[in-house]
Design a protein around this ligand. Sequence first.
Ligand code: ATP
Ligand code: LTN
Length: 332
Amino acid sequence: MKKRIVSGIKPSGSLTLGNYIGAAKQFVDLQNEFDSFVFVADLHAITVPQNSTELRARTYDLVKLYLAMGLDPKKTTLFIQSEVPAHLQLAWVFTCSSYMGELERMTQYKDTVLKNKVKQLPIGSGILQYPPLMAADILLYDPQIVPVGDDQSQHLELTRTLAERLNGITNQDIFTIPETFKPKQGARIMSLQEPTKKMSKSDDNPKSYIALLDPIAVSVKKIKSAVTDSEMVVRYDVEHKPGISNLLTIYASLENIEISDAQKHFENSTYGEFKTAVAKTVEIFLTELQNKYHALNMDTVNAILDDGRIKADAIASKKISHVYHKLGIGRF
Ligand code: ATP
Ligand code: LTN
């Protein structure tokens, strides 16, 4: 039997090159080898306030992008998290078996608390409950592997802890303990403007990220105005040259080569020549992606999602019944 992977992305903004290189590219690469489940994490998106029209549009956009990137519905079960009710049913079980201290230690939670305090905004309790829902998303499907970017490692660790805890409580191996899978390079693509910060789709400064649906000319401009340094040598050195290292990582990932080979390729280049080459690579990648994206129609997408929902729900509903049974929830 093939091993299984599960992962998802929130439709909380326009998908960036960071989301692609750190996460989605892995989904595409791994689908040939694994039984693959990929979803749109719309219930995670509402942990922060969303506009309903935009959220629905972004949900479709994300599915179309998944398909345009190369997810093949014959190999990958593609679905929307909110259409499979067992995600929320199991999330409650993990909410009850997680500890406040564990949840409050999560970096994503702490960052949101800090940000909202500065902006004098309330802190939604969904942000605290985000990891139990994520644990449910994963453990319902018993995957061996979860491909994610660097910033999700901590949530994955907690997922493993919660799985082990429930297995312990029930004295049975109800859940498979999954491994985190991060790409060898590009697990943390950095902001183009502040290269010591991660590239994020919810960054206030749009120049800091390349959105996959950015007009091509805009993305070329963003690469060309990326922050670098004054050394004038194209060299991979994250500590001293975060901007150049980030561009090298982007180039190597999109060209499917090693960073060391990319560095060799540009050893005699000026920063101007280097940025022009990176921009060209990004341009070629985005042009192909966007052409495929625009060619998809609503009926095709809906048919794929219907099929995905049925397949995911069959596994997830069986699993939640089993978990409830083991926990003594419900009738004899
Ligand atoms: P937000 O900024 O709204 O929190 P995000 O851009 O971090 O969103 P997510 O939906 O949280 O996006 O992440 C989806 C996937 O993309 C996760 O696996 C995450 O680790 C990965 N990812 C996000 N940003 C990056 C990045 N800059 N580099 C590499 N991987 C990333
Ligand atoms: N929290 C993730 C998105 C996500 C996810 C998951 C990733 C929600 N559920 C399950 C992997 C597996 C994020 O990237 N912010």
